[in-house]
Design a protein around this ligand. Sequence first.
Ligand SMILES: NC(=O)c1ccc[n+]([C@@H]2O[C@H](COP(=O)([O-])OP(=O)(O)OC[C@H]3O[C@@H](n4cnc5c(N)ncnc54)[C@H](O)[C@@H]3O)[C@@H](O)[C@H]2O)c1
Ligand SMILES: O=C(O)C(=O)C[C@@H](O)[C@H](O)[C@H](O)COP(=O)(O)O
Ligand SMILES: [Zn+2]
Length: 375
Amino acid sequence: MTTQQNTLHVDLDERSYDIVCGPNVLEKAGELFAPLLKSKRVVIVSDSNVAPLYLDKLCGFLEDAGLSCESVVLPAGEATKSISNFEKLLEDILAMGIERGTSLVALGGGVIGDITGFAASALLRGIDFIQVPTTLLSQVDSSVGGKTGINAKAGKNLIGAFHQPRLVLIDTQSLNSLPKRELLAGYAEVVKYGLLGDAEFFAWLEENGQALIDGDQELRREAILKSCAAKANVVAQDEKEGGVRALLNLGHTFGHALEKECGYGGDLLHGEAVSIGMVMAFEFCAQQGLCAPEDGERLKKHLVSLGMPVDLSSLPCQDWTAELLMKHMMKDKKVKDGKVTFVLVRAIGEAYLSREVEDADLKTYLDDLLKRSKA
Ligand SMILES: NC(=O)c1ccc[n+]([C@@H]2O[C@H](COP(=O)([O-])OP(=O)(O)OC[C@H]3O[C@@H](n4cnc5c(N)ncnc54)[C@H](O)[C@@H]3O)[C@@H](O)[C@H]2O)c1
Ligand SMILES: O=C(O)C(=O)C[C@@H](O)[C@H](O)[C@H](O)COP(=O)(O)O
Ligand SMILES: [Zn+2]
């Protein structure tokens, strides 16, 4: 069995950690976790889809290395990132009688990573956790960087903490069981790295995206490593999003507003919202004369060629208005003195932050978009 593995490093002083990526690296969980743990005890948090596939395997590898393994399994899906599920998760873990040396392990996608990391940040005033991401989205984005949290009635990810993992273990083989819709949703965050600062990577994705989605293991590994390296570099410069880290939010101010409006029940996945949100960012910039319209068209063409959503017309949730979406955008964590910080684009590979967007211009764009999507 191949275990060709690569290691990247997230450089954050005493909170630094490795990202270990490769096929079948799950088998190495015991030897990789053991030196990092403060005690031999780990609690694995997973979801109802992932647990039947990988929980026993992971536990087995940990037990082979002399570690003890308990688990909590949450329902699958975005709705799990709620205050009530968070409360239940904390109570369930506390009922196990954990100590400060106990570590949590997030085994699953971004939902499990986000809620588990947040639980780790809060339990006993902070315990360690390890990320074992099993979706493309979580392998290229959510497992790295320490943003943890849950959704609130007011909006997406509004309750949380920065809490870095001790290790990210990416077994690229786990993507073989991932449904195609989820793979494509994760691919949106891969495309994001090209758009925000690496036009060459975007061109590489235009060339290789289809084969990657179709299952080429080597291309997947390359794209995951490239994405993680880009994210690690940004996070090392700006751990708590005082500046440059906000670029990782390209497409998210629009995307999170759409997610909030669709509810968190699976009608619109996070990555799908990001796909549409990035196209909206390019369209808005083209309308404002900030970016050539051809760049947005090129982006759309690539996303459409893979079967990804690029506009609102296909979505089952359709009750939105420009005012409603703008109200949701005002809940964005990048709002300062009542103004949203937007991630805008000059071209593919050239994103920048702006607080100059006028409400009237945004409303004109959204009104026009909504009219087009209902036509
Ligand atoms: N913290 C961050 O920096 C960050 C970054 C990006 C996204 N996010 C968050 O991540 C979440 C989305 O993550 P996601 O797209 O991974 O969704 P997810 O965690 O809901 O996983 C998607 C679906 O795939 C299933 N699944 C996971 N791994 C599988 C596998 N290997 N085989 C079969 N099924 C599998 C899950 O059970 C779920 O049904 C959102 O809440 C988003 O806000 C956070
Ligand atoms: O890590 C970051 O920083 C990101 O913005 C990555 C995003 O892909 C991710 O969706 C993140 O959770 C959004 O952050 P938020 O602060 O807008 O909730
Ligand atoms: Zn995202």
